[in-house]
Design a binder for this molecule. Sequence first.
Ligand SMILES: Cc1cc2nc3c(=O)[nH]c(=O)nc-3n(C[C@H](O)[C@H](O)[C@H](O)COP(=O)(O)OP(=O)(O)OC[C@H]3O[C@@H](n4cnc5c(N)ncnc54)[C@H](O)[C@@H]3O)c2cc1C
Length: 314
Amino acid sequence: MAPKALEYNATLVERVDVTDALTIFRIKPDQMPSELPWFVPGQYCVLGANNQAKPELGSVRRSMSIASAPEDDGPVEFYVRFVAKPESENPLTHLLWKIQPGDRIYMRPVAAGVFTVKDTIGVEDPRLKVLVAAGTGSAPFVSMVRSELRRNPDADLSKYVLLHGASYPADLGYRDELSHMIAHNKLKYWGTVSRPKEAAGWTGDTGRVEAFFDGARLADLEQRCGLPPGGFTPKNVVVYICGLTGTITGTVVPLIDRGFIPDFKRIREALGVPADAKDSVFYEQYDTEPVIDIKDSAVVEPLKARMQAALAKL
Ligand SMILES: Cc1cc2nc3c(=O)[nH]c(=O)nc-3n(C[C@H](O)[C@H](O)[C@H](O)COP(=O)(O)OP(=O)(O)OC[C@H]3O[C@@H](n4cnc5c(N)ncnc54)[C@H](O)[C@@H]3O)c2cc1C
């Protein structure tokens, strides 16, 4: 049976089409939660819509990270990718792409999730925060740095390193805003494009975002972050990753050699991490593929050996 119709409780105020497949949606709930801040940067909301063209398909709801800052009292912002090859027969992104300012939508006016600094390492933790995003995975990180600036426009953001990967330069949403933060707030931000041949004039980094953690490139990143050689370890750094499995696995696996411990109980256990060792890499996953196939000993055993070797060195 198709999911029953949703009662709309919010209005799309504005949409900014970054490209044909990437859009910033600004949505105003009819009733804003009365107490500000009503969420913590890194949390998500559920958006939903009814399929009016095919009512037999009913409604669909999906989680979306909040890109606006909790201190904002205007519309709530979401950065969404149109999924060209959806898994469901009633994909939300296909409905979202039809809506225009003034149209109604469903937004659960409650934030959820623990992908926040507060819920992971705590706000007082002084370590460098390396934020790794592919595509729309930058949304929670945009919320984090925006929130700092809402509280203090001159905030020093040098404790944040935002690495953002996309296919083309035009897909690096929020680049102008983030560039301003580089210039004025010492944010460390590097965009990287995976299809540079099709991006004439691009002089920035190339390759997928997880490639920053490969072999020699990690030494380069370390230097850019102002760390001493070999200093990219959980002693100085905590890593947050947001997006699809490829980005998460591609970051978590090379960082095993530096002793980074993923915040995922079954992976920790499979890699033989002692129960009292603290997590140092946290992720928000937009799909459901396993990050590490812990049932496959051919995958797990070598990773376990690498983790044990790295922990012994720390
Ligand atoms: C906590 C959480 C927060 C999320 N926040 C965002 C967000 O801020 N922005 C956003 O665009 N999506 C986000 N997503 C993904 C979102 O919930 C949907 O899965 C996505 O929009 C596709 O939904 P759909 O109904 O259109 O397609 P479905 O029919 O549900 O298709 C799902 C397929 O889409 C793929 N997919 C999911 N997200 C993406 C993506 N961003 N790029 C490419 N492929 C994707 C999945 O691998 C899966 O194969 C989030 C997911 C979670 C769990």
